[in-house]
Design a protein around this ligand. Sequence first.
Ligand code: SF4
Ligand code: SF4
Length: 358
Amino acid sequence: MIYRPFGQTGTELSVISFGGMRFPDPKDIDASAELVRYAWSRGINYFDTAPLYCDKRSETIFGHAFKDLPRDSFHVGTKCSSPSGSELRRSLEQSLELLQLDSIDLFYIWYLLDRDDWEKRLNHGAVAAALKAKEEGLIKNLVCSSHMNGDDLADVLATGFFAGVLLGYNAINFPYRQVAVEHAGKQGLGVITMNPLGGGLIPRNPQRFSFLQNQQDESIVSAALRFNIFHPDITSALVGFTSTAEIDEALTAVDTPPDYAAERSRIEAHLHESFDDLCTGCGYCLPCPVDIPIPKFLDSYNQLMLSQGDGKIVTERFRLHWKIDRHLAADCIRCGACEERCTQHLPIIQRLSELAGD
Ligand code: SF4
Ligand code: SF4
């Protein structure tokens, strides 16, 4: 295993970490905890959970697994998305109880959607309550997780409240997230990536993503993880493991250190030359005169294409990930400004029409 410093916190995290949102049978606490301990025995030392994961059982599972492990041999992160300071405090205390710990290593101001959302976390007391808990020693490091675009997130990180950030980063969306990753790196912040496999879309489309593979016999999972973990500014990539076999497969990614700069140029060139029907999330199509968040819609269209038209995946993308009403797409007045600016020359108007009409 390779370990990297999480920013300037003095904490070293394994480059592959365990996301506790996909236990195959969360009701079976013993078997789930056994999977956690297996990951730990393979060198994984960062475990990420949240109160709502796995029907609210994820923290209980980790608490069960951690009972037998030396406290200085693992790090745990959990989260709260409420803007309310009192609610954050209540949630933190419950997390500590379920995890059976005296402190949380990384506590997240969770799921920052946009600038307005960030203002609410400040104005309704969540950030202040988290800083107070840090002073009391209940939180070792305050961090945030976000779906904001790169520039907005860079502004949040510049406030200086956070020791690091958790964000989605993979071969599909990396142009969209690159600004924030590099900004965090320059500021000396830790960066944990989630969704390195594109929500499963990358392994489900091995042909399409074969360009990530460095060697022919490399698995697509390993290649997609390698794309994350050898980025110089990324500390660790979170994977929602469901079996010991998945843990073993993921760990092969750390066996082949590539020439990252050459690798990145090759992948970027591929994206521009032959992967040109996907939205990269770059945001150059904005602003829209009727305020349609075009990159969020086109990201959802990516999901539609890569899942071979699975409407359920798209509905969940709108509802759970972006939290926007897909029918907003019908507001498009077809001015064409976005298509003129689109770096991928995508038929944005047509895609919005398809998404609105579904
Ligand atoms: S064509 Fe539609 S989505 Fe594009 S900028 Fe104009 S109104 Fe917005
Ligand atoms: S629609 Fe085009 S310009 Fe807009 S985010 Fe996607 S790729 Fe970038």
